[in-house]
Design a binder for this molecule. Structure first.
Ligand code: SF4
Length: 170
């Protein structure tokens, strides 16, 4: 299957969780949505429908919230917890990167609601380099005709694809 699609913030998120999951999502292979252990179900929903929240569409993703403080523009991404912090960080960085390409300078804030913590995210030379590498890599994954093999990680037992990946295994 040939995938022609724009990379989204959600793709960035999956990239830092599991490359196989990224591929499955990009190819619209719907996971078991009945699975009550789907901790990351929110992101699956993001992929297929609107969340019904106040979001700002920037074409390749939906920003949770934008606010202006003085002359600073702040983009906020709200997550339940910091469990998937790297994914969350690069997803937000991707939105800042997209805005920057539109000529909009913004600072990011990652808000972890359960922990009531906040982290500032800003574009720097090194994180932009890493993000661009990830974007290039995602493009390569999207073009694969079969998904990368499953790799046991600690998130597997919470993943909606776990039956698909690990049926018959403990
Ligand atoms: S079950 Fe594990 S290997 Fe399979 S898609 Fe989910 S996280 Fe990736």
């Amino acid at each position: 299957m040939d995938v022609v699609m724009e990379i989204t913030g959600t793709d960035i998120w999956y990239y830092y969780i599991c490359k196989r999951e990224l591929w499955l999502m990009m190819h619209k292979i719907i996971p078991d949505q009945e699975d009550e252990n789907v901790e990351i179900g929110r992101f699956i929903t993001d992929y297929y429908s609107d969340r019904g929240k106040k979001e700002v569409d920037i074409g390749s993703g939906k920003i949770d919230r934008i606010k202006k403080v003085g002359d600073r523009l702040i983009v906020q991404e709200i997550k339940k917890s910091s469990r998937f912090k790297k994914s969350s960080y690069f997803q937000l960085l991707f939105y800042l990167y997209q805005l920057n390409k539109m000529g909009i300078t913004a600072t990011g804030e990652l808000l972890f609601s359960e922990e009531k913590t906040k982290e500032t995210v800003e574009l720097t030379g090194s994180n932009v380099y890493e993000l661009e590498e990830a974007i290039e890599d995602i493009t390569k994954y999207a073009k694969l005709s079969i998904p990368p093999p499953p790799k046991k990680i600690k998130y597997c037992n919470k993943c909606a694809y776990r039956e698909y990946c690990w049926a018959g295994e403990d």
